[in-house]
Design a protein around this ligand. Structure first.
Ligand SMILES: Nc1ncnc2c1ncn2[C@@H]1O[C@H](COP(=O)(O)OP(=O)(O)O)[C@@H](O)[C@H]1O
Ligand SMILES: [Mg+2]
Length: 275
C-alpha cells in the first residue's frame, strides 16, 4: 500500500506567518505551535522575525538556562550592508558568492547553515533574522527581506514570528508564505488589524486564519466575534486566558503542558484539515 505522505502530514514544508498587534500573543502562539507540531512528529523550523524582541522565543522554547542566542541570519547573508532594504531594492536574497536567489534555489538548513545560527531541540530548530542592536542601525527592511526570502529545502514546517502591525504587508512579505495566522487579543485594535489583514490577503490571494487569544469568558468571546462580522468564518481557534503562560514568561522557563497548549493542539488539527 502506498502511503500518501502529504495527507498524513499536511503542514509539511509549509511557510506559516504569524502576525497581529503588539502583545496579542504572536510569540507565545508560535512557541506553543512549535511544541505541538513536534509532538505530532513534524520537523519544525521556527524563525524569529521580530527585530525588537530580545530573547523572547529563545526563552519560551529553551528556557533561561540556554547558553546564548543563535547568531543572526543577517550575518549568514553578509550583514546589513549586503542585504539591502526590500523597499528600495525588490531583488530577492542571494547567498554570498552565488548568483542564485534563495527563493529559486532553497537553502539546505541542516547542511549549509552552521550550528551557531540555530538552537536545536530534537526535530525543532530556532533561527533569528536579526535584531536592532545599535542606536542608529538603520531601517529593519533587510531583516524583513530575510523573513520573506529565507527559503529552506525539506519537510520542516516553517513557523515565522513576525513583528507587530502591518508594515510587512507594505513590503509584500506574505508573497512567499503559504498561510497567514493573525492572532487577536480582546481589543478593538486587534479587530481593526484583522480586517486590514483580511483585505491585504484577499488582494494577495493568500490563505489566512484568525486565532482568538487570551479569551477570559464566553461573553468576551461573543463580543469579539460580533465585532469580526464577515470574518467570523475565518476564526480557526480560540485560546483561553491561561495564567500559566504569564508565569512561564515571567519565570523565563520553557513552555510546558498547560490548558492553552491543549487548545493550540485542536487549532493545529484544524489547520491540518483546512490547508
Ligand atoms: N493565552 C494567553 N493567556 C494569558 N497570557 C497570554 C496568552 N497569550 C500570551 N500571553 C501573554 O501575553 C504577553 C504577550 O505575549 P507575546 O507572545 O509576547 O506577544 P507578541 O509576540 O504578540 O508581542 C506575554 O506576557 C504572554 O505570556
Ligand atoms: Mg513577540
Amino acid at each position: 500500500m502506498t502511503v500518501n505522505r502529504q495527507s498524513d502530514k499536511p503542514l509539511r514544508g509549509k511557510r506559516i506567518l504569524v502576525c497581529g498587534k503588539g502583545g496579542c500573543g504572536k510569540s507565545t502562539m508560535v512557541a506553543l505551535m512549535a511544541v505541538v507540531l513536534q509532538q505530532k512528529e513534524y520537523e519544525v523550523l521556527v524563525l524569529d522575525g521580530d527585530a525588537s524582541n530580545p530573547e523572547g522565543l529563545v526563552r519560551l522554547l529553551f528556557g533561561l538556562g540556554v547558553e546564548g542566542e543563535p547568531k543572526p541570519l543577517i550575518e549568514f547573508f553578509g550583514g546589513i550592508d549586503v542585504v539591502t532594504c526590500p523597499v528600495d531594492d525588490p531583488s530577492p536574497l542571494t547567498r554570498i558568492n552565488d548568483t542564485n536567489p534563495i527563493p529559486q534555489d532553497r537553502i539546505d538548513a541542516r547542511k549549509e547553515i552552521s550550528p551557531e545560527y540555530y538552537l536545536q531541540n530534537g526535530s525543532m530548530i530556532l533561527l533569528q533574522a536579526g535584531k536592532i542592536n545599535t542606536y542608529g542601525q538603520g531601517c529593519d527592511g533587510p531583516l524583513e527581506k530575510i523573513v520573506r526570502d529565507f527559503m529552506v529545502k525539506g519537510d520542516a514546517v516553517n513557523l515565522i514570528d513576525m513583528k507587530a502591525g502591518i508594515e510587512h504587508f507594505g513590503r509584500k512579505i506574505p508573497d512567499q508564505m503559504d498561510v497567514l495566522l493573525c492572532v487577536l487579543d480582546c481589543t478593538f485594535e486587534s479587530v481593526s488589524i484583522a480586517k486590514r489583514i483580511a483585505e491585504f490577503c484577499q488582494e494577495a490571494e493568500k490563505d489566512f486564519w484568525l486565532i482568538l487569544n487570551k479569551i477570559g469568558s464566553g461573553d468576551v468571546k461573543s463580543m469579539l466575534m460580533d465585532k469580526l462580522e464577515k470574518l467570523q468564518d475565518r476564526v480557526i481557534g480560540s485560546i483561553l486566558y491561561d495564567e500559566e503562560l504569564i508565569k512561564v514568561g515571567l519565570a523565563g522557563s520553557a513552555l510546558g503542558e498547560c490548558k492553552a497548549m491543549e487548545q493550540v493542539g485542536h487549532l493545529v488539527d484544524r489547520l491540518e484539515q483546512v490547508i
